[in-house]
Design a protein around this ligand. Structure first.
Ligand code: FES
Length: 86
């Protein structure tokens, strides 16, 4: 399979952006890496999730929202984001 930028998926570069220990249960961790704002959190099964730190509604930072189990909620109108981003 080929990625949209023409690079085969098995050849896409992998970039370490955070140590897993920096992501604490029950909290969101917002970072900027390579010019991209990202938000990380842990699900109730300790799975680490990463999404763009930008609410799909009006672009607010999700990193300052609320954490509810497997989801996070935007601090403004409380859109809820799952690990799939929706
Ligand atoms: S900006 Fe996130 S719910 Fe409106």
């Amino acid at each position: 399979m080929i990625h949209a930028n023409g690079v085969p998926n098995d050849k896409k570069p992998v970039v370490a952006v955070l140590e897993s220990g920096e992501i604490k249960a029950g909290k969101m961790t917002g970072v900027t890496r390579l010019g991209e704002r990202l938000v990380f959190w842990k699900t109730i099964n300790n799975e680490i999730v990463c999404l763009k730190d930008k609410c799909a509604h009006r672009g607010a930072s999700l990193a300052v929202g609320k954490h509810y189990g497997d989801t996070i909620a935007c601090p403004f109108q409380a859109f809820v984001m799952t690990k799939q981003g929706g």
